[in-house]
Design a protein. Sequence first.
Length: 201
Amino acid sequence: MGEYLTVDGVVLRTVDFGESSRMLTVFTGEYGLISVRARGVRKAKSKMASCTQPFCYSRFELCKKSGEVYTLTGGGVLEAFYGLSGDLDAFYAAGYMGKMLLRVLQPDLPDPETLRLFLNSLYLLSNQKRDVRYIKCVFLLKLACIQGVMPDTFVKLHPDTMKALEHIQNSPMKTLFQFGVSAIILEELERISVQIEREFI
């Protein structure tokens, strides 16, 4: 008897194997990172091919036998974020975010807050709602807050940069991206995010 599971998640990484199959790394809110074997999804007539694409948010129907990884048995796309494919900068930003998530997330560790952050960021990138640099920067800084690696103190920052950091740290997801910054403040926030990536992520 196998374990059956239906879960929603985003594909962070794919690795093709065999003639028509694919291994997926899927980020779920309930189970953190999970590995999924998707057999035959590279065939032209596969009904599940769409939900195995990078950055697709899908509902996965899975089966897991003892000692094995999950196997995809069914599923469907919830949100494809099609706009990413038409904007190279947005697509690369999504790839950067996925790379950061692969560094910090743990298998079998629930993290719904980080999943919502990622989904909101993908939505903004896909729909070109905000500047790509802004979305990428706010994503990393909020990720650092959620994962507990945001430094407690900063020195020699512009007062408006401090206000932006306070907003990122304290704001709920619903209003996280609802603030504006000048080009100078964005550059300062980017320098902080680069420092955090190098030292903590």
